[in-house]
Design a protein around this ligand. Sequence first.
Ligand SMILES: O=C(O)C(=O)Cc1ccccc1
Length: 288
Amino acid sequence: MPEEIGYLGPEGTFTEMAVMELFPGSQLKQFATIFDCLEAVDDKTVDYGVVPLENTIEGSVNMTLDYLCHQSSISIVGELTLPIRQHLLIHPNYKDRWHEIEEVHSHPHAIAQAHEFLRRNLPGAKLVHTTSTGKAAKLVKETDERVIGAIGNELAATHYGLAIASSDIHDYENNHTRFVVLTKEGKTLSKKDALVGHKVTLQITLPSDYPGALYQVLAAFAWRKLNLSKIESRPMKTGLGNYFFIIDILSEPDNVLLQGVKNELEALGTAVKVLGEYPCYSVEHKVE
Ligand SMILES: O=C(O)C(=O)Cc1ccccc1
């Protein structure tokens, strides 16, 4: 049976761009929400799932992070970073009337990424969240009785036959998203090109709230000269003020120092869960 790749659909999402880069020519299965895709990986309906994890402007995609930490035994086996260009898409019947747009639909991150543009150019428009940018583009294509817009990419414009009313409407130029490849067990990613490094992602739960606990954890990485690329706290959901930490380390998976760090942290009473040890890919040019 050919391997099946689940991703946040429908056609024309940024996640689809990531999938096309990571798994060209593979059998794909779209999911309406990130949660549905994660569940499909968890119950092995698909072999791999691709979902967004983090964006330059909006930060982490909490749904993805929390699912990995709280609910499952799925792990990260790859990461792809893509540049994100947001465009205002409109039904071709209204292509010269975009200033009349009454509603702008898109994924909450896409709307947030174009916040300044929307405030300046469409201050009266109602902002409506959708499960993905592709979903918003599809809706615009299906709506020709009112002037509405979607924020999305060129792939969606082409796929749904929409006009680009205004291009590059994201407020910050350096807009990138990290997509992760997830799998249930034992699978790895075999992509060779565009490799930029390796990461290990750990979920770290401190034993209890005592002075210097986090400092001690960080010291275990610091004196081994392990380079961290991200640290983030997320609520444990057990009570206000209870948090665990997600730490990304720029390191090859077989680095002997990592086992040392894990042993030291566990000796401190800290719980360590490995969320993934994986290759990182980055593509700068292909996404229009
Ligand atoms: O909605 C999409 O197209 C996605 O793939 C999620 C997303 C939204 C905004 C920026 C990057 C990814």
